[in-house]
Ligand binder design. Structure first.
Ligand code: TRP
Length: 446
Protein backbone atom coordinates (compact mmCIF):
# COMPACT_ATOMS: atom_id res chain seq x y z
CA UNK A 1 0.00 0.00 0.00
CA UNK A 2 1.40 3.41 -0.92
CA UNK A 3 2.00 6.11 1.66
CA UNK A 4 -0.53 8.90 1.48
CA UNK A 5 1.16 12.24 1.90
CA UNK A 6 -1.16 15.22 2.34
CA UNK A 7 -0.62 18.90 2.90
CA UNK A 8 -2.57 22.13 2.60
CA UNK A 9 -1.62 25.61 1.51
CA UNK A 10 -3.60 28.52 2.93
CA UNK A 11 -4.73 30.81 0.12
CA UNK A 12 -4.39 34.23 1.67
CA UNK A 13 -1.40 35.65 -0.20
CA UNK A 14 1.03 35.41 -3.10
CA UNK A 15 3.84 32.85 -2.80
CA UNK A 16 7.36 34.25 -2.34
CA UNK A 17 10.77 32.69 -2.81
CA UNK A 18 10.76 31.31 0.75
CA UNK A 19 7.47 29.46 0.14
CA UNK A 20 8.93 28.07 -3.05
CA UNK A 21 12.14 26.69 -1.54
CA UNK A 22 10.56 25.70 1.78
CA UNK A 23 7.33 24.06 0.63
CA UNK A 24 6.53 24.06 -3.07
CA UNK A 25 9.77 22.66 -4.45
CA UNK A 26 10.24 19.88 -1.85
CA UNK A 27 6.57 18.87 -2.02
CA UNK A 28 6.68 18.51 -5.79
CA UNK A 29 9.86 16.45 -5.51
CA UNK A 30 8.25 14.24 -2.86
CA UNK A 31 5.18 13.68 -5.02
CA UNK A 32 7.35 12.01 -7.65
CA UNK A 33 8.86 9.42 -5.29
CA UNK A 34 7.81 5.81 -5.80
CA UNK A 35 5.34 4.51 -3.22
CA UNK A 36 3.88 7.96 -2.56
CA UNK A 37 0.33 9.12 -3.26
CA UNK A 38 0.40 12.88 -2.82
CA UNK A 39 -2.67 14.93 -1.91
CA UNK A 40 -2.01 18.67 -2.10
CA UNK A 41 -4.83 21.10 -1.63
CA UNK A 42 -5.59 24.76 -1.29
CA UNK A 43 -6.93 25.46 2.18
CA UNK A 44 -9.33 28.18 1.10
CA UNK A 45 -11.77 27.66 3.97
CA UNK A 46 -8.84 28.25 6.28
CA UNK A 47 -8.04 31.42 4.38
CA UNK A 48 -11.47 32.81 5.31
CA UNK A 49 -10.39 32.73 8.95
CA UNK A 50 -7.59 35.18 8.29
CA UNK A 51 -8.96 37.30 5.51
CA UNK A 52 -12.34 38.86 4.74
CA UNK A 53 -11.37 40.44 1.44
CA UNK A 54 -13.08 38.41 -1.31
CA UNK A 55 -10.86 39.83 -4.07
CA UNK A 56 -7.76 38.81 -2.26
CA UNK A 57 -9.04 35.30 -1.56
CA UNK A 58 -10.01 34.83 -5.21
CA UNK A 59 -6.73 36.21 -6.53
CA UNK A 60 -4.68 34.14 -4.12
CA UNK A 61 -6.37 30.88 -5.15
CA UNK A 62 -5.59 31.60 -8.78
CA UNK A 63 -1.99 32.60 -8.10
CA UNK A 64 -1.26 29.69 -5.82
CA UNK A 65 -2.74 27.13 -8.21
CA UNK A 66 -0.78 28.65 -11.12
CA UNK A 67 2.41 28.70 -9.06
CA UNK A 68 2.23 25.03 -8.14
CA UNK A 69 1.49 23.94 -11.68
CA UNK A 70 4.16 26.22 -13.14
CA UNK A 71 6.65 24.85 -10.61
CA UNK A 72 6.09 21.36 -11.96
CA UNK A 73 3.21 19.82 -10.04
CA UNK A 74 1.75 17.13 -12.28
CA UNK A 75 -2.02 16.93 -11.72
CA UNK A 76 -1.99 13.38 -13.10
CA UNK A 77 0.38 12.32 -10.34
CA UNK A 78 -0.84 14.48 -7.47
CA UNK A 79 -4.44 14.75 -6.32
CA UNK A 80 -4.54 18.56 -6.44
CA UNK A 81 -7.77 20.22 -5.30
CA UNK A 82 -9.44 23.06 -3.45
CA UNK A 83 -10.71 22.34 0.04
CA UNK A 84 -13.93 24.21 -0.74
CA UNK A 85 -14.68 21.85 -3.67
CA UNK A 86 -14.99 18.91 -1.27
CA UNK A 87 -18.29 19.28 0.64
CA UNK A 88 -17.46 16.19 2.69
CA UNK A 89 -14.72 18.18 4.47
CA UNK A 90 -16.99 20.67 6.28
CA UNK A 91 -19.40 17.80 6.90
CA UNK A 92 -16.65 15.81 8.57
CA UNK A 93 -15.51 18.94 10.37
CA UNK A 94 -18.88 19.06 12.10
CA UNK A 95 -18.76 15.41 13.10
CA UNK A 96 -15.30 15.95 14.54
CA UNK A 97 -16.39 19.16 16.27
CA UNK A 98 -18.97 17.07 18.13
CA UNK A 99 -16.32 14.80 19.63
CA UNK A 100 -13.63 17.43 20.27
CA UNK A 101 -13.18 18.64 23.81
CA UNK A 102 -13.40 22.41 24.07
CA UNK A 103 -10.55 22.22 26.57
CA UNK A 104 -8.32 20.77 23.87
CA UNK A 105 -9.00 23.77 21.63
CA UNK A 106 -8.39 26.17 24.53
CA UNK A 107 -4.80 24.94 24.50
CA UNK A 108 -4.13 25.64 20.82
CA UNK A 109 -1.09 27.92 20.41
CA UNK A 110 -2.65 30.25 17.86
CA UNK A 111 -5.75 30.80 19.99
CA UNK A 112 -3.72 31.21 23.17
CA UNK A 113 -1.43 33.75 21.51
CA UNK A 114 -4.45 35.80 20.44
CA UNK A 115 -5.85 35.71 23.99
CA UNK A 116 -2.48 36.68 25.49
CA UNK A 117 -2.28 39.62 23.14
CA UNK A 118 -5.72 40.80 24.19
CA UNK A 119 -4.89 40.47 27.87
CA UNK A 120 -1.62 42.37 27.38
CA UNK A 121 -3.61 45.17 25.75
CA UNK A 122 -6.07 45.06 28.63
CA UNK A 123 -8.87 43.99 26.36
CA UNK A 124 -11.40 41.26 26.89
CA UNK A 125 -9.71 37.86 26.51
CA UNK A 126 -11.70 36.80 23.43
CA UNK A 127 -11.87 40.21 21.79
CA UNK A 128 -11.93 39.85 17.99
CA UNK A 129 -11.50 36.08 18.13
CA UNK A 130 -13.90 34.22 15.83
CA UNK A 131 -15.16 30.66 16.13
CA UNK A 132 -13.24 30.05 12.91
CA UNK A 133 -9.94 30.83 14.60
CA UNK A 134 -10.92 28.88 17.68
CA UNK A 135 -11.92 25.78 15.68
CA UNK A 136 -9.09 26.04 13.17
CA UNK A 137 -7.49 22.76 14.33
CA UNK A 138 -10.74 20.81 13.88
CA UNK A 139 -11.06 21.89 10.25
CA UNK A 140 -7.43 20.95 9.72
CA UNK A 141 -8.07 17.54 11.30
CA UNK A 142 -10.98 17.07 8.87
CA UNK A 143 -8.69 17.90 5.92
CA UNK A 144 -6.27 15.21 7.00
CA UNK A 145 -8.62 12.48 8.23
CA UNK A 146 -10.95 12.79 5.23
CA UNK A 147 -8.24 11.18 3.10
CA UNK A 148 -6.73 8.94 5.76
CA UNK A 149 -3.33 10.53 5.23
CA UNK A 150 -0.33 8.70 6.65
CA UNK A 151 2.16 11.57 6.53
CA UNK A 152 1.61 15.30 6.75
CA UNK A 153 4.62 17.45 5.84
CA UNK A 154 4.33 20.81 7.59
CA UNK A 155 6.38 23.46 9.35
CA UNK A 156 7.22 23.21 13.04
CA UNK A 157 4.45 25.65 13.92
CA UNK A 158 1.92 23.01 12.85
CA UNK A 159 3.10 20.14 15.05
CA UNK A 160 0.49 20.82 17.70
CA UNK A 161 -2.26 20.76 15.08
CA UNK A 162 -1.16 17.30 14.00
CA UNK A 163 -1.21 16.10 17.60
CA UNK A 164 -4.73 17.41 17.89
CA UNK A 165 -5.76 15.66 14.68
CA UNK A 166 -4.47 12.38 16.12
CA UNK A 167 -6.29 12.99 19.39
CA UNK A 168 -9.55 13.69 17.61
CA UNK A 169 -9.14 10.68 15.30
CA UNK A 170 -8.52 8.39 18.24
CA UNK A 171 -11.57 9.64 20.04
CA UNK A 172 -13.73 9.17 16.97
CA UNK A 173 -12.35 5.67 16.33
CA UNK A 174 -13.00 4.77 19.94
CA UNK A 175 -16.57 6.07 19.91
CA UNK A 176 -17.68 4.81 16.52
CA UNK A 177 -15.08 2.41 15.16
CA UNK A 178 -16.52 -0.81 16.64
CA UNK A 179 -13.08 -2.36 16.58
CA UNK A 180 -12.60 -1.36 12.99
CA UNK A 181 -10.74 1.95 12.81
CA UNK A 182 -12.46 4.54 10.68
CA UNK A 183 -9.46 6.87 10.62
CA UNK A 184 -5.76 6.34 10.15
CA UNK A 185 -3.66 8.20 12.73
CA UNK A 186 -1.63 10.73 10.73
CA UNK A 187 2.03 11.40 11.40
CA UNK A 188 3.68 14.77 11.19
CA UNK A 189 6.65 15.02 8.87
CA UNK A 190 9.24 17.71 9.53
CA UNK A 191 12.02 17.87 7.01
CA UNK A 192 15.19 19.42 8.40
CA UNK A 193 16.90 19.18 5.03
CA UNK A 194 14.48 21.63 3.50
CA UNK A 195 15.75 25.16 3.24
CA UNK A 196 14.24 27.82 5.45
CA UNK A 197 15.22 30.87 3.51
CA UNK A 198 16.39 34.07 5.17
CA UNK A 199 14.78 37.26 3.92
CA UNK A 200 16.40 40.51 2.82
CA UNK A 201 17.30 41.43 6.42
CA UNK A 202 18.52 37.97 7.45
CA UNK A 203 15.48 37.05 9.53
CA UNK A 204 13.27 34.19 8.28
CA UNK A 205 11.69 35.23 4.97
CA UNK A 206 8.12 36.10 5.82
CA UNK A 207 5.35 38.38 4.66
CA UNK A 208 4.90 39.59 8.22
CA UNK A 209 8.51 40.86 8.34
CA UNK A 210 8.16 42.54 4.94
CA UNK A 211 11.51 41.07 3.91
CA UNK A 212 10.49 38.76 1.06
CA UNK A 213 11.94 38.17 -2.38
CA UNK A 214 9.10 37.78 -4.90
CA UNK A 215 8.79 34.50 -6.78
CA UNK A 216 7.22 35.58 -10.08
CA UNK A 217 5.78 39.01 -9.34
CA UNK A 218 7.65 41.82 -11.08
CA UNK A 219 9.47 39.41 -13.38
CA UNK A 220 13.26 39.14 -13.67
CA UNK A 221 13.49 42.85 -12.90
CA UNK A 222 11.61 42.51 -9.63
CA UNK A 223 13.80 39.60 -8.60
CA UNK A 224 16.95 41.56 -9.35
CA UNK A 225 15.75 44.64 -7.51
CA UNK A 226 15.02 42.56 -4.41
CA UNK A 227 18.36 40.72 -4.52
CA UNK A 228 20.16 44.08 -4.72
CA UNK A 229 18.41 45.08 -1.48
CA UNK A 230 19.78 42.10 0.50
CA UNK A 231 21.56 43.47 3.57
CA UNK A 232 25.29 42.69 3.74
CA UNK A 233 28.10 43.88 6.00
CA UNK A 234 30.34 46.77 5.02
CA UNK A 235 33.33 44.75 3.86
CA UNK A 236 34.74 46.08 0.62
CA UNK A 237 35.70 44.15 -2.54
CA UNK A 238 39.06 42.51 -1.93
CA UNK A 239 38.36 41.92 1.77
CA UNK A 240 37.65 38.30 2.79
CA UNK A 241 33.99 37.78 3.74
CA UNK A 242 32.63 35.88 6.73
CA UNK A 243 30.63 33.34 4.75
CA UNK A 244 29.02 31.53 7.68
CA UNK A 245 27.24 34.66 8.84
CA UNK A 246 26.21 35.71 5.35
CA UNK A 247 22.56 35.06 4.52
CA UNK A 248 23.35 35.85 0.93
CA UNK A 249 25.35 32.63 0.93
CA UNK A 250 22.43 30.71 2.52
CA UNK A 251 20.21 31.92 -0.31
CA UNK A 252 22.77 30.96 -2.92
CA UNK A 253 23.12 27.46 -1.51
CA UNK A 254 19.39 26.86 -1.80
CA UNK A 255 19.58 27.28 -5.57
CA UNK A 256 22.99 25.96 -6.57
CA UNK A 257 24.56 22.50 -6.78
CA UNK A 258 26.95 21.73 -3.87
CA UNK A 259 30.06 22.14 -6.05
CA UNK A 260 28.97 25.50 -7.37
CA UNK A 261 28.16 26.62 -3.83
CA UNK A 262 31.63 25.62 -2.68
CA UNK A 263 33.13 27.67 -5.48
CA UNK A 264 30.97 30.66 -4.54
CA UNK A 265 32.03 30.33 -0.93
CA UNK A 266 35.70 30.24 -1.90
CA UNK A 267 35.34 33.35 -4.04
CA UNK A 268 33.74 35.22 -1.12
CA UNK A 269 36.51 34.12 1.23
CA UNK A 270 39.00 35.36 -1.33
CA UNK A 271 37.42 38.76 -1.42
CA UNK A 272 34.67 38.74 -4.06
CA UNK A 273 32.67 41.96 -3.66
CA UNK A 274 29.06 41.86 -2.46
CA UNK A 275 27.94 43.49 -5.71
CA UNK A 276 29.44 40.69 -7.76
CA UNK A 277 28.06 38.08 -5.34
CA UNK A 278 24.57 39.53 -5.80
CA UNK A 279 24.91 39.33 -9.57
CA UNK A 280 25.83 35.66 -9.30
CA UNK A 281 23.01 34.95 -6.87
CA UNK A 282 20.57 36.65 -9.19
CA UNK A 283 21.72 34.64 -12.21
CA UNK A 284 21.49 31.37 -10.26
CA UNK A 285 17.95 31.97 -9.03
CA UNK A 286 16.89 33.28 -12.41
CA UNK A 287 18.15 30.12 -14.15
CA UNK A 288 15.72 28.05 -12.07
CA UNK A 289 12.78 30.45 -12.12
CA UNK A 290 12.79 31.81 -15.67
CA UNK A 291 11.13 28.82 -17.36
CA UNK A 292 8.59 28.55 -14.54
CA UNK A 293 7.78 32.24 -14.75
CA UNK A 294 6.96 31.83 -18.41
CA UNK A 295 4.60 28.93 -17.68
CA UNK A 296 3.11 30.93 -14.80
CA UNK A 297 2.33 33.85 -17.09
CA UNK A 298 0.67 31.54 -19.61
CA UNK A 299 -1.43 29.90 -16.90
CA UNK A 300 -2.57 33.19 -15.39
CA UNK A 301 -3.70 34.20 -18.88
CA UNK A 302 -5.83 31.05 -19.11
CA UNK A 303 -7.63 30.66 -15.78
CA UNK A 304 -10.13 28.33 -17.48
CA UNK A 305 -7.38 25.72 -17.78
CA UNK A 306 -6.55 26.01 -14.10
CA UNK A 307 -10.23 25.71 -13.25
CA UNK A 308 -10.45 22.50 -15.31
CA UNK A 309 -7.44 21.04 -13.52
CA UNK A 310 -8.91 21.87 -10.13
CA UNK A 311 -12.33 20.50 -11.02
CA UNK A 312 -10.75 17.27 -12.20
CA UNK A 313 -8.76 17.17 -8.95
CA UNK A 314 -11.96 17.53 -6.95
CA UNK A 315 -13.58 14.64 -8.83
CA UNK A 316 -10.55 12.47 -8.06
CA UNK A 317 -10.53 13.48 -4.40
CA UNK A 318 -14.26 12.93 -3.97
CA UNK A 319 -13.96 9.36 -5.18
CA UNK A 320 -12.35 8.82 -1.80
CA UNK A 321 -14.20 11.33 0.36
CA UNK A 322 -17.73 10.41 -0.71
CA UNK A 323 -17.62 6.71 0.19
CA UNK A 324 -15.79 7.43 3.44
CA UNK A 325 -18.43 10.00 4.32
CA UNK A 326 -21.16 7.43 3.65
CA UNK A 327 -19.40 5.09 6.06
CA UNK A 328 -19.01 7.81 8.65
CA UNK A 329 -22.64 8.84 8.41
CA UNK A 330 -23.65 5.25 8.94
CA UNK A 331 -21.20 4.89 11.81
CA UNK A 332 -22.60 7.85 13.75
CA UNK A 333 -26.20 6.75 13.10
CA UNK A 334 -27.14 9.01 10.19
CA UNK A 335 -28.38 6.05 8.15
CA UNK A 336 -31.34 5.41 5.96
CA UNK A 337 -34.28 4.68 8.25
CA UNK A 338 -34.68 1.37 6.44
CA UNK A 339 -31.53 0.07 8.11
CA UNK A 340 -32.58 1.25 11.54
CA UNK A 341 -33.16 -1.99 13.41
CA UNK A 342 -34.63 -1.37 16.89
CA UNK A 343 -32.50 -2.82 19.67
CA UNK A 344 -35.18 -5.21 20.91
CA UNK A 345 -35.46 -6.77 17.45
CA UNK A 346 -31.78 -7.41 17.43
CA UNK A 347 -31.86 -9.45 20.58
CA UNK A 348 -34.99 -11.35 19.55
CA UNK A 349 -33.28 -13.97 17.42
CA UNK A 350 -32.92 -13.67 13.61
CA UNK A 351 -29.28 -13.10 14.35
CA UNK A 352 -27.80 -15.15 11.59
CA UNK A 353 -29.87 -13.26 9.03
CA UNK A 354 -28.80 -9.86 10.28
CA UNK A 355 -25.16 -10.72 10.39
CA UNK A 356 -24.79 -10.74 6.67
CA UNK A 357 -23.82 -8.01 4.27
CA UNK A 358 -26.32 -7.19 1.53
CA UNK A 359 -27.04 -5.36 -1.68
CA UNK A 360 -29.64 -2.62 -1.63
CA UNK A 361 -30.88 -1.31 -4.97
CA UNK A 362 -32.56 2.04 -5.45
CA UNK A 363 -33.40 4.72 -8.00
CA UNK A 364 -31.31 7.84 -7.79
CA UNK A 365 -32.44 11.46 -8.20
CA UNK A 366 -32.04 11.20 -11.96
CA UNK A 367 -34.31 8.15 -12.07
CA UNK A 368 -31.43 5.79 -12.85
CA UNK A 369 -30.90 2.43 -11.16
CA UNK A 370 -28.08 1.95 -8.69
CA UNK A 371 -27.16 -0.29 -5.84
CA UNK A 372 -25.16 -0.20 -2.67
CA UNK A 373 -23.34 -2.94 -0.88
CA UNK A 374 -23.82 -2.52 2.86
CA UNK A 375 -22.14 -4.31 5.72
CA UNK A 376 -24.28 -6.10 8.28
CA UNK A 377 -24.52 -2.91 10.34
CA UNK A 378 -25.44 -0.71 7.44
CA UNK A 379 -22.09 0.82 6.49
CA UNK A 380 -21.69 1.43 2.80
CA UNK A 381 -18.85 -0.41 1.14
CA UNK A 382 -19.68 0.32 -2.44
CA UNK A 383 -21.99 2.57 -4.42
CA UNK A 384 -22.56 1.62 -8.04
CA UNK A 385 -22.56 3.85 -11.07
CA UNK A 386 -26.02 4.35 -12.55
CA UNK A 387 -27.74 1.87 -14.87
CA UNK A 388 -30.60 2.83 -17.14
CA UNK A 389 -31.89 -0.74 -16.98
CA UNK A 390 -32.69 -2.39 -13.63
CA UNK A 391 -31.91 -5.82 -15.11
CA UNK A 392 -28.36 -4.75 -15.89
CA UNK A 393 -27.98 -3.55 -12.31
CA UNK A 394 -29.24 -6.92 -11.08
CA UNK A 395 -26.81 -8.78 -13.31
CA UNK A 396 -23.91 -6.67 -12.05
CA UNK A 397 -24.83 -7.59 -8.47
CA UNK A 398 -24.98 -11.25 -9.45
CA UNK A 399 -21.56 -11.13 -11.06
CA UNK A 400 -20.08 -9.36 -8.05
CA UNK A 401 -21.42 -12.11 -5.80
CA UNK A 402 -20.29 -15.00 -7.93
CA UNK A 403 -17.06 -13.97 -9.60
CA UNK A 404 -13.69 -13.60 -7.78
CA UNK A 405 -13.34 -9.96 -6.82
CA UNK A 406 -9.74 -9.82 -8.09
CA UNK A 407 -10.87 -10.56 -11.61
CA UNK A 408 -13.15 -7.51 -11.57
CA UNK A 409 -11.10 -4.92 -9.71
CA UNK A 410 -8.07 -2.84 -10.50
CA UNK A 411 -6.33 -0.34 -8.25
CA UNK A 412 -4.57 2.93 -8.94
CA UNK A 413 -3.56 5.73 -6.58
CA UNK A 414 -5.57 4.37 -3.71
CA UNK A 415 -8.76 4.09 -5.77
CA UNK A 416 -10.23 0.69 -6.56
CA UNK A 417 -12.29 0.35 -9.75
CA UNK A 418 -14.73 -2.47 -10.41
CA UNK A 419 -15.39 -3.23 -14.06
CA UNK A 420 -17.73 -5.82 -15.48
CA UNK A 421 -17.12 -6.65 -19.13
CA UNK A 422 -15.04 -3.49 -19.33
CA UNK A 423 -17.83 -1.26 -18.03
CA UNK A 424 -17.07 0.75 -14.90
CA UNK A 425 -19.47 -0.31 -12.16
CA UNK A 426 -18.00 1.43 -9.14
CA UNK A 427 -15.00 3.26 -7.73
CA UNK A 428 -14.11 3.51 -4.07
CA UNK A 429 -11.28 3.82 -1.58
CA UNK A 430 -9.00 0.84 -2.11
CA UNK A 431 -8.58 0.61 1.66
CA UNK A 432 -12.10 -0.85 1.70
CA UNK A 433 -11.14 -3.84 -0.46
CA UNK A 434 -10.50 -6.30 2.39
CA UNK A 435 -13.88 -5.49 3.94
CA UNK A 436 -15.57 -5.80 0.59
CA UNK A 437 -13.99 -9.18 -0.01
CA UNK A 438 -15.16 -10.34 3.40
CA UNK A 439 -18.68 -9.07 2.83
CA UNK A 440 -18.97 -10.89 -0.48
CA UNK A 441 -17.61 -14.07 1.05
CA UNK A 442 -20.25 -13.77 3.79
CA UNK A 443 -23.03 -13.35 1.27
CA UNK A 444 -21.84 -16.34 -0.68
CA UNK A 445 -22.32 -18.46 2.44
CA UNK A 446 -25.93 -17.43 2.90
N1 TRP B 1 -2.55 25.14 8.78
C1 TRP B 1 -1.66 24.91 7.67
C2 TRP B 1 -0.67 26.10 7.60
O1 TRP B 1 -1.00 27.19 8.01
C3 TRP B 1 -2.41 24.80 6.37
C4 TRP B 1 -3.28 23.60 6.40
C5 TRP B 1 -4.65 23.56 6.44
C6 TRP B 1 -2.84 22.25 6.40
N2 TRP B 1 -5.09 22.28 6.44
C7 TRP B 1 -4.02 21.45 6.43
C8 TRP B 1 -1.58 21.65 6.37
C9 TRP B 1 -3.93 20.06 6.46
C10 TRP B 1 -1.51 20.27 6.39
C11 TRP B 1 -2.68 19.48 6.44
O2 TRP B 1 0.41 25.91 7.09
Amino acid sequence: MNTRVLTGITTSGTPHLGNYAGAIRPSIQASKLPGVDAFYFMADYHALIKCDDPQRIARSRLEIAATWIAAGLDPDVVTFYRQSDIPEIPELCWMLTCVTAKGLMNRAHAYKAAVDQNVARQQEADDGITMGLFSYPVLMAADILMFNANKVPVGRDQIQHLEMARDIAQRFNHLYGQGDDLFVLPEVQIDDEVATLPGLDGRKMSKSYDNTIPLFEGGAKGLRAAVMRIVTDSRQPGEPKDVESSHLYTLYRAFAAPQTSAQFRKSLEEGMGWGEAKEQLCATIEAELAPMRERYAELIERPDRIEDILQAGAVKARRLSQPLMERLRAAVGLRSVTVCVPDDHKSAGKKSKEKSARFVSFRDDAGQFRFRLLTADGQELLLSESFSDPKAAGQAMGRLKSQPLESLTSEAQGVASVRIDGVLVSQFDAALLPQLREAIAQMAQD
